[in-house]
Design a protein around this ligand. Sequence first.
Ligand code: CA
Length: 223
Amino acid sequence: MLPGARVFAVADGMGGHAAGDVASRLATEMLRRAFARAPSSRIRSAALARRLIEAIDAANRAILEHAAQHRECTGMGTTLTVLAPLAAADQCVIAHVGDSRAYRVREGELRQLTCDHTWVQQQVDAGMLTPAEARHHPLSSVLSRVLGTPEMGPADTIVADVRPGDRFLLCSDGLTTMLDDDTLRAILREELPLDQCARTLVDAANRNGGIDNITVLLLAAAA
Ligand code: CA
């Protein structure tokens, strides 16, 4: 990962006309501001998680305020999935709201670290749908939590350990609705250079239909 980098984020905006872009830009801008001052190098994962939750909450309020003041932005929203490495480099904290995912790839094994905030995922958790049914459900893109709503609630946070050579993928649902985990794993385990790997993922998703915008952010822990 980039030395000194504080946060990495994917935001997938939604809303008519350009409003989705406004929401996702506001979210990343608020995050950038919240981390303009680097956390102490001694910060622990719990404190970093709290800082991420606060930053995402502030981003949510900024989006709601902007929407209230600009009629063309009514109803805009965005997902936000953030990865913040700890200075000790053997852990990172991931915070998210929405259905943009974070995965870790370690020695060819792919692990989804986030749990989608979608209606179908709630049905899966409740035993009402299988993951396969959820994937092809007509309501699969309906979000249960998203920035831009007063009832968003605190972001989910996950502390993940980081080993040399691990790769982390942050991506919008435009990637994961087009590529299943087997395909993702097959591409990621080739261990191509990061930019080439990201390009291969986007190309594969586009070949499978590419019906939604695709955002891919790939990070590698120094080997
Ligand atoms: Ca999307």
